[in-house]
Design a binder for this molecule. Structure first.
Ligand code: FAD
Ligand code: 2HG
Ligand code: ZN
Length: 466
């Protein structure tokens, strides 16, 4: 009997079976997938995770790891068979160590991203991973999806920010690879196999993460522009003027801004007129506020002279900066409030982005009359959320039934432009077939061989990624 033994391991109060208690763990953030599970199990320590996974291996029970359940591709949702357990890491939320001398922070997998940022800041350090779901997403989920977010152009993605991992393997064995080393060439890079594996190879229980010196000042501006090409020219200008001081370069269209102000009426555009596109720029400076503001003003002046921008709003306070950020960070939530949608999380070389958007917009408009493009993303690293809203004449169901055809049009274009069909959200269950369509047989074969080796019983998050 599985359930009584699970209760012995984690305590009866931490094995949830009542439907009202399990429901929040069984549907994804986008409400695209609902699954069933024997139980939701909440361990409090690595040894408990190991015992749970070992027990599941004995019973051949699938294990679906889950953190904050904010993933975009259904990776943390079990299938409808009811065979699996959901293994929620949320109780494992301790900061184990801050090592200021080594510029590292070691945290358990269930730590919410914002609490990791806060713990680092309290020690005078910056943990730079940042994304709109940071108030509920966990480090385990961030690493398992290799999350990107808004600071990638300066600090890299989750993989770049990780030095060591502690893991429970599919056998229930514990691998303690919690090394805080920036150099370590002692064989295959096992750590990087588990980052981005979406829980299909093992359970991340803790991580040693890189931190950076806290900047002395951060300044934010919103620029209004007429075209994507102008936004890309502004990116070049900002990179050459600000160098490593440029920490965010986020992009969104006027459709996105209108969605946010419609669904969050207390949010306002800082501009009196509307413009085709907007760029949110952040500089993080190690001198002082005056230096940072001067640099941002100089970029704005040069951009105006070169007619790259039509208008600029430079935040004069932290509160104004937050208000500008909210216009960007509320887009996903506003789009969700508008109804179910078709998302593409793609990357192409930055130099190809304008042509990709022109051509693909044109193809989609021809094939799917009346759709609305909700295009935004991390322009500074080539990642677009090239999302599609339903035409007004179609029901949600009719629109979602078009998803395979919409995917094919966009993803064929992505491949033509030498891009990726998943830049930062992962594959989960949503994009498994798409991934299989575009990856070569050799690459898929290697991935299957790794999966068979590390999880021979196929109990770790089956049905996801491959
Ligand atoms: P979950 O959703 O719980 O899980 C995600 C995947 O990781 C699943 O496959 C799950 O099985 C696996 N997993 C979770 N924990 C573990 C573990 N401990 N060990 C092994 N596997 C595990 N993503 C970005 O990259 N950039 C963004 O800017 C961004 N913005 C977002 C904004 C919003 C409003 C929302 C809702 C989501 C956003 N996301 C973004 C997507 C999402 O990937 C991230 O929020 C986050 O990385 C997921 O963390 P989580 O703890 O919620 O993971
Ligand atoms: C973001 O950048 C997230 O805000 C979510 O990655 C993107 O909702 C989306 O499509
Ligand atoms: Zn994103």
């Amino acid at each position: 009997m599985l359930l009584p033994r699970l209760q012995q391991i984690v305590g009866a109060a931490h094995v949830l079976t009542a439907s009202d208690a399990t429901a929040p763990y069984l549907t994804d953030w986008r409400r695209r997938f609902t699954g069933m599970a024997q139980a939701v199990v909440l361990p409090a320590a690595t040894s408990e995770v190991a015992a749970v996974v070992q027990l599941c291996a004995e019973h051949g029970t699938p294990v679906v790891p889950q953190g904050g359940n904010t993933g975009m591709v259904g990776g943390a949702t079990p299938d409808p068979s009811g065979q699996a357990i959901v293994l929620s890491l949320r109780r494992m939320d301790r900061v184990r160590e801050v090592d200021a001398g080594n510029q590292t922070i070691t945290v358990e997998a269930g730590c919410v991203l914002r609490s990791v940022q806060d713990a680092a800041r309290d020690a005078g350090l910056l943990f730079p991973l940042s994304l709109a779901a940071e108030g509920s997403a966990t480090i385990g989920g961030n690493l398992s999806t290799n999350a990107g977010g808004t600071q990638v152009l300066r600090y890299g993605n989750s993989r770049d920010l990780t030095l060591g991992l502690e893991l429970v393997l599919a056998s229930g064995e514990i691998w303690n690879g919690l090394r805080g080393l920036r150099k370590d060439n002692t064989g295959y890079d096992l750590r990087n196999l588990f980052i981005g594996a979406e829980g299909t190879l093992g359970v991340i229980t803790a991580a040693c993460l890189k931190t950076y010196p806290l900047p002395r000042a951060q300044v934010t501006a919103l620029f209004a522009l007429d075209s994507v090409r102008a936004a890309l020219d502004l990116l070049s200008l900002a990179q050459s003027s600000a160098g490593a001081t440029l920490t965010a370069f986020e992009f969104f269209s006027d459709t996105c801004l209108r969605l946010v102000t419609r669904h969050f009426p207390d949010r306002r555009s800082p501009f009196s007129e509307s413009h085709a596109q907007y760029v949110l720029m952040q500089l993080s400076d190690h001198e002082d506020e005056q230096h940072a503001t001067g640099l941002l003003q100089a970029i704005a002046e040069r951009a105006l002279e070169r007619q790259l921008i039509a208008d600029a709003a430079i935040a004069q306070s932290a509160a104004q900066g937050h208000a500008l950020w909210a216009l960007r960070e509320l887009i996903s939530e506003a789009q969700a409030r508008a109804g179910k949608n078709i998302k593409h999380d793609i990357s192409v070389p930055i130099s190809s982005i304008a042509r990709f958007i022109d051509e693909t917009d044109e193809q989609l408009a021809r094939l799917f009359a009346g759709i609305e493009m909700v295009t935004f993303g991390h322009l500074g690293d080539g990642n677009l959320h090239y999302n599609v809203n339903a035409p007004p004449q179609l029901s949600e169901q009719q629109f979602l039934s078009m998803q395979p055809a919409v995917y094919q049009c966009v993803h064929d274009q992505v491949v033509r432009f030498a891009g990726s069909i998943s830049a930062e959200h992962g594959i989960g269950q949503l994009k498994r077939e798409e991934n299989a369509r575009y990856k070569s047989a050799v690459e898929l074969g290697l991935m299957r061989a790794i999966k068979r080796t590390l999880d021979p019983l196929n109990i770790m998050n089956p049905g996801k990624v491959i």
